[in-house]
Structure formats: C-alpha cells, structure tokens
Design a protein around this ligand. Sequence first.
Ligand code: BMA
Length: 365
Amino acid sequence: MTRIITAGLISLCSLVTLFAQQPCDPAATKKTKALFHNLHAIAGKKILFGHQDDLAYGVNWSREAGRSDVHESCGAYPAVFGWDLGSKFGPDRSYNLDSVNFADMRYWIGEVYKMGGISTLSWHLDNLTSGGSSWDTTRSVVHILPGGKDHAAFLEQLDYLAGFLNSLQTNGRRKKSIPVIFRPWHEHTGSWFWWGGRNCTTDEYVQLFRFTVDYLRKTKGVHNILVCYSPDVFRDENHYMERYPGDDFVDIMGLDYYYRNDNLTRITTDLPAKLKIVGSLAVAHQKCAAFTETGFETIPHEKWWTEMLLPSVAETPIAYILFWRNARTNHHYAPYKGHPSAADFATFSKNKKMVFQRNIPKMYR
Ligand code: BMA
C-alpha cells in the first residue's frame, strides 16, 4: 500500500513538474524544453553571468579567436552570451548594427552551445515605416501589423529572422536546432524605440508581440526559441503587466535596468525590489525570471561588482543577468584586462552565487 501511495505521489509530482515547466510553444524542441526546465531549476539558487557580443569584440580588439574581455578579466567565459539581430536584414546586409557579421554570429552561437552556454538574441530592428533606426520614433507598429502599408516589409524581415533561427543547427537537422532565447520588442516601458511607450498603443504592442511569435512558430516552423518579455524600469506590477502579450507568448520575464550616476541612490533599493516583483510574477505565471540587460557604463567604481551589484541581485530569483557590450573605452559594461574594476570582478566571478561557463550545469538535457 505504502509503495502504491509513494509511486502515485512520485508520478503526481513528475506530472506537476512536467506541466509547470513547459515552454509556451507546445511544439518546442526537446532541447528547448530542457533549457527552459534548467533555467527554472537555477532561478533563485544561482545566477548565470552574461555579456553582450562577448566573443565578437571587446575594448580595442575585434574578431580574434578565443578572446573575451570577460575571460581576460577573470579567467572564465560568460555562461550567457547576448547577440543582436538589428538593424535590418537584406540581401546586401551581412552585418548587424554593431558590425557583427551574421555568419560569424551563427558560428559563435554554435561555439557557445558547444561550451554548454546559452545565447540570447535581441532585435534592434529599423523603423520600417520611416527607414530610420530603432530609435526613430515615427509611428510604425500600426503600419507593420496585418493590413498595414508596411506589413509586407515586416514579413520580409521575419522571413530573414526565421531563416537565421532555423539555421542554428548542430548537424544540419532542424530537430536538432540550437535553442536560443529570443527577446524582441524590449524596453517598451520607455519611449525611445518605435515599438515603445507612447509610440504605439497597448493593443498595438500586444498584437506586434503575438504576431511575431505566432508567425515564427506557425508559419516558419521555428521551435528552438524561448521567448523573453523585457520591459525597462517600471512603476509597479500593473505597469509591468500592462503590455504583457500573454502566457502563450512568453517564457522568460525579464527586466532591463541600468546603473547611472544619477540613479545610484534609488537603484540600490529599487532594483532588488523590482526584481522580486518580476520573480513573483514569474512564479504566478509559471515563467522564469531574468535580469535581461544591465551594467554601469565604464564601471566607474572599482568595487562596483561586489559592493553594489552583487548585494542588489544576490537575493533575487533571477536565472541570469546580461551585461551590455564592450564597444570602446567610453562605452563598455564589463571590465577588460587592466580595467580598474578587474580585480573586484575576478572576486565577484568566484562568488558562490555566480555561474560562468566553467561551472555551468548541463542546460540542454
Ligand atoms: C546601445 C548602444 C549602441 C548599440 C545598441 C545596439 O545600447 O550600445 O551603441 O548600437 O545598443 O547594440
């Protein structure tokens, strides 16, 4: 009898686990499901460290095999690697907006996967209505949605995007595609991008998000993505959820929040509070919480990593944290060799909460 009850309990538990931790795409590949499950398992226990464009370039170098400013500062590669798909795909455009070649990006995503790491892709798509950049706030969302005059141009971009996502394969088989996190239409609580804040209505934003995910999945057969919703700074739970596209369209609930000299006092208490809100929403919606973009440009405090950042995130339920790119001496968010904060960063990298490539658990099984 006891055995039967125990067996029953075990299968009930596995059933609960099975249903509680499925990605929003029922047809997600096995490895994508595993990634979601494993991100869940990490959240609240450890934090994976991430860096944008880490293998592509750093301060004063570009495209040198094996190099990484993070590795050169602390002896370990990140566990999460960010990439960007903007500004606009086209037959004559092989580079993204930060001069990263898409073929290189595909290769590095493969390398990241072989290292056991995770890639996350953002999309600074140009404004297809005005021809300007992501920061051109000419009204566009209404025009690229079905029925809009620029819808065809949007479909063309989605077709290229799907082609890229479907090409992330380990052995030429789509079923074996490399899972990635896809983070479109980010920072929409601000109004600096054409898809953000006052540049579209709530309904338009939600439609844009849903259409993007649906088209990739249903029309293009993309099943190797976990979708991330990542507002910028928000006021409260209602504000965070205002443009949430729904549980069927999101796997990861993120937050983009940067340190600046003029918000230092506020962010110290506000950031952990906000990450906890994201964490409890993620639990309520059976999603995974993450700190999807951050940093302090040039890291002007030598002990920022251990004295400011770590205390703000250590007790929050995020699975990973992504630092923005190392472009140049006045625009970087991770240290590089000889950087004044490099020693503190090395200490931070050894903190038992933090996970780098050297100690990442298996994420795809
Ligand atoms: C911004 C800056 C820009 C860059 C853009 C997209 O935060 O880093 O220089 O082009 O992100 O990566």
